[in-house]
Design a protein around this ligand. Structure first.
Ligand code: 13P
Length: 350
């Protein structure tokens, strides 16, 4: 492992004013997204859609540091035969790859999940590196009891096995000279309040960093991708933007070592504008407090893609409109990553 090079890549992934496009939906998930815009999900429609994003040159050059790809996409070529990975590289962004293989039921823990994909991971990482991937992603999913699992959820077992798998994955990535994005996602589904989200996320992050240390992962060569501390979707009291920012920053300061170069949040089902407003408020707060030890940026899937998907709707004549919508969201989140977003910028664009 060359840690200096891993650190260089990690810093580039969170470069000022830039963030990550999570375009790594599995075939099942992208089908759901396409169903919503009435587009048939085929190998070609998935390629055309992603090619549209990667050819959005303003967004890709100015606001996007890296793109997380799904296995199918990393091997695909654009319509003119150029590998999609090359399009990303030509824009100056870094190609990355989702390497987890989704979740499975966790035996003995009803309603809870563990992420699969460690088998043969070392061999897969080698092939992805040769194809151009310089970072990877693995997502662990932690449900809060009021979501689907009931009381006693999350169990210590679920938190432990998921943290263990995240650290195993991260160590294998670094050995393959690939920067791991470590993503322990506490879901926002359910009626829990923001303080319960704080407590559960704290347990999850503490356990994750404990496992990362036990398995000798170099913190300088990784990126953390956490959820924000936020009210459950069905909670009657929705915390304000300021409260989300304050509690998220407080938690991260308590749990995330300064050696980690960057934190790139997931959007997790927040509205596009909420995800942007929260990120901007956190960066404003960080700046006011004499700066944070890590860069805070975005690694959004839905909050970057919902608008372009709708504008595109599977029609070749809408490619320019889809690219405009993507560029707008990428620019808003770029501003948020510097604490400079304001709501009226959204209205002006509309
Ligand atoms: P969302 O921003 O839609 O949560 O997706 C990010 C991601 O990569 C989930 O694993």
């Amino acid at each position: 492992m060359n840690l200096a090079d891993l650190n260089k890549i990690a810093l580039a992934m969170v470069a000022s004013g830039k963030g990550i496009l999570a375009a790594d939906e599995s075939s099942g998930t992208i089908k759901k997204r396409f169903d919503a815009i009435k587009v048939e999900s085929t190998e070609q429609s998935r390629r055309d859609y992603r090619e549209m994003l990667f050819r959005s040159s303003e967004a890709m050059r100015q606001y996007i540091s890296g793109v997380i790809l799904y296995d199918e996409t990393i091997w695909q070529d654009a319509a003119d035969g150029t590998p999609l990975v090359r399009l990303i590289e030509q824009s100056g962004a870094i190609p990355g790859i989702k390497v987890d293989e989704g979740t499975q039921a966790l035996p003995g823990c009803p309603g809870e999940l563990v992420t699969a994909g460690l088998d043969k991971l070392a061999e897969r990482l080698k092939k992805y590196y040769e194809r151009g991937a310089r970072f990877a992603k693995w997502r662990a999913v932690i449900d809060i009891g009021e979501g689907t699992g009931g009381p006693g959820v999350p169990s210590m077992t679920a938190i432990h096995v998921n943290a263990h798998a995240l650290a195993r994955y991260a160590a294998l990535c670094q050995a393959a000279q690939i920067v791991p994005i470590v993503e322990p996602e506490v879901l926002m589904d359910g009626g829990h309040d923001i303080d319960r989200c704080f407590d559960v996320t704290q347990r999850v992050l503490n356990k994750t960093f404990q496992e990362l240390r036990v398995q000798r992962v170099a913190l300088e060569g990784m990126i953390l991708k956490p959820n924000m501390v936020i009210s459950g979707k069905k909670c009657a009291r929705q915390a304000s933007v300021e409260e989300v920012a304050e509690k998220t920053i407080r938690l991260l300061k308590a749990c995330v070592p300064a050696a980690v170069p960057g934190i790139a949040f997931l959007s997790g089902g927040q509205s596009d504008e909420d995800a942007t407003a929260h990120l901007s408020a956190m960066n404003r707060l960080g700046g006011l407090n004499g700066n944070l030890p890590w860069q805070l940026t975005f690694s959004y899937g839905r909050a970057l893609q919902a608008a372009p998907q709708k504008a595109w709707s599977g029609k070749a004549e809408n490619v320019a409109a889809g690219q405009r919508a993507f560029t707008h969201r990428a620019r808003m989140n770029s501003l948020a990553s510097k604490g400079e977003w304001q709501a009226d910028l959204e209205k002006k664009a509309a």
